[in-house]
Design a protein around this ligand. Sequence first.
Ligand SMILES: CCCCCCCC/C=C\C=C\CC(=O)SCCNC(=O)CCNC(=O)[C@H](O)C(C)(C)COP(=O)(O)OP(=O)(O)OC[C@H]1O[C@@H](n2cnc3c(N)ncnc32)[C@H](O)[C@@H]1OP(=O)(O)O
Length: 717
Amino acid sequence: LSKSSQIVSGLALITFKLFLQALEDGLKKADADPSVKAVMICGENGKFSAGADIRGFSSPKRHGVALSPIVSLIESSEKPVVAAIEGVALGGGLEVALGCHYRVAHAKARMGLPEVTIGLLPGAEGTQRLPRLIGVPAALDMITTGKHIPATEALKLGLVDEIVEENTIEAAIRLANKVIGQPLEPRRLSLKPVPKLPNMEAFLREALVKVKRQARGCLAPELCVQAVRAATERPFAEGVRRERELFGLLLSSGQAQALQYAFFAERAVRRWAAPGGASWSSAAPQPVRKAAVIGLGTMGRGIVTSLVKANIPVVALEQDLEYLNKGRKAVMLLLEREAMKMEGGAQTLDFHNPARLQFTVDFDLLCDVDLVIEAVFENMALKKEIFHKLSKICKPGALLCTNTSALNIDEIASATNRPQQVIGTHFFSPAHVMRLLEIIYGRHTSPTAIATAMQLAKALKKVGVVVGNCFGFVGNRMMFPYVQQAVFLLEEGSRPEAVDQVLEDFGFKIGPFRMSDLAGLDVGWRSRKEQGLTGPSLAAGTPARQRHGQRYSPLPDLLCEQGRFGQKTGKGWYQYERAGGRTATPDPWLHDFLSQYRDTHGIQSRFIDQEEILERCLFSLINEGFAILAEGIASGPEHLDVIYINGYGWPKHRGGPMFYASTVGLPRVLAKLQKYSEAHPDVPGLRPNAFLKKLVAVRSPPLKEWMSYLSHQSPKL
Ligand SMILES: CCCCCCCC/C=C\C=C\CC(=O)SCCNC(=O)CCNC(=O)[C@H](O)C(C)(C)COP(=O)(O)OP(=O)(O)OC[C@H]1O[C@@H](n2cnc3c(N)ncnc32)[C@H](O)[C@@H]1OP(=O)(O)O
């Protein structure tokens, strides 16, 4: 600044090495030039920096810590350096800003150290500088969660010195001119002590316990705490050495690759493709200015809440006043809770205004909505009746969505006069919390309908994944063999708590039996009765443990017959403190019941080790994934992985089931399936899928090449 403004501008996602070199050269030039009195660093196009190119971390020529010397160079400059933060300053971008002596941010800017979300920690001295600037509790929160904080919060924390509504660069230059000649020592964060806490040791210990509990085996949050601890215990240079060591551990852990894969997979699924060549690039969505939800049960309530949160006016419809009032009460409670969470934020929830949220039993009020989401219970006849009615009442362009978790979209669409506008939108419970939206196209669904459903997912801040129509679609279809194996393991000698433990240790939020108790065993029971697998429609003389020549376990049916529906009845695979209770305790009754069951059916109980539990459950799920890919129900393994991470509690640091299979090695998955299939020839779910076999035969190519090995283009795509 002075003779002419020295602006070192950078965009982190361009040729990284060149960029770092340019930054270094610019700084050295500015330092050496006596006519330059101060330096201002900004980004281009209204963005400071999103940090390093994540793809670079997986490449052999990775640049994880190469930024540190530059941050030190900035900090040690004899001339004041001011960061002008617009848009985002994330990861390495924020670390650069922390090296600066002053930080000015635009009011709409966001800042964060999201490295933890991609399996790393801030490796350019961020874990050492941030606690010195804003204190340990706030720094630890930012570093272990990776959250982006708005500029207003950054100002409160002391992360930035000033926020401006107008031109950030001009404001930064003004500040730079003002501070010329002022001592820089107090502004060099590496020289500052970490602010003391009266109970630092206890605080860090508790923080570690908390992140470990939440991380479910993910290493990065724990190592972030260790790096911040080093800042509190060691001089700056030693803290940096520790940070570097921990960064190296994470980089080679495998978890970082999985999380980075998940980052790109989530973005890749936005580029959907459907039959006839329709795709995200050619189809445009219709606007959704008003929506309706039919059915205010658990799912409907969550969906209404989601829509209101997305600022979309909603008409909520129930079959009669009794159900309507019950549903209204529940929705209002959910919305009040959501409003409380949002208190103090920029956005408010406007749900007392009938123009934004209207409750009714009158179908005619749906005549002007742009989109309807039917969320009644899983009964084909009922759904068809509703869709028939909708096609008469709704305006011609309205999109008709069904929140089914398994039923045939084409059959539902056949009840309407506009099958091209019928689409499956499978929400996950609780619908206002879970991020996944499985979007299912039927034979006649138009590209516009798919694009509109994807746009809706985005508006609801969900991850939309487009898939084809088959029983259970992708998520539940892969879940069936997994749950089936879990139940077979009980028949053979295991217990619910043992199976759950293995899968929870693997990283699942909740094991299959706890999950089944939570969801309600009656849901599957109803479906099995409808399919004629159990109940009055089961043909007389059907063997107890066989259906259509395949192994079948009647265990879940037997529990339901005893009224054990899970949490709601206080008993299921576990016992609970009361009906509606949430604390699962192993149930001696169930253990006796399993023993008697084995005796009745002449099953020799055996000890089943953790490896077998894990492999049979996971590999059968993965095997079904290969079948789904081969049939063209999903356009790539990323789709399956995004579905499992966002809808089924699959541990993100393992990258999703298909990514996991690729890390285990396809030959091993195949060999294990072959072994288990030989031991259980009447279980089709264990029979290795032909596509898996083919991939192994062609020497297990990388996951991103799998789809090119499908010999024929699937009829679905
Ligand atoms: C002047 C300042 C100098 C700064 C120097 C920096 C030097 C850095 C050196 C070392 C640093 C090491 C540590 C790190 O920085 S690790 C990376 C930390 N950053 C992140 O984790 C940010 C990740 N990205 C996001 O959170 C979002 O993408 C966001 C930037 C907030 C933008 O969100 P949104 O507007 O919703 O857009 P998309 O998410 O859809 O992204 C658009 C496309 O950009 C791709 N993308 C985004 N960030 C990265 C990234 N860091 N690396 C590679 N690619 C990235 C994304 O995949 C989208 O592309 P596509 O649709 O093709 O997948």
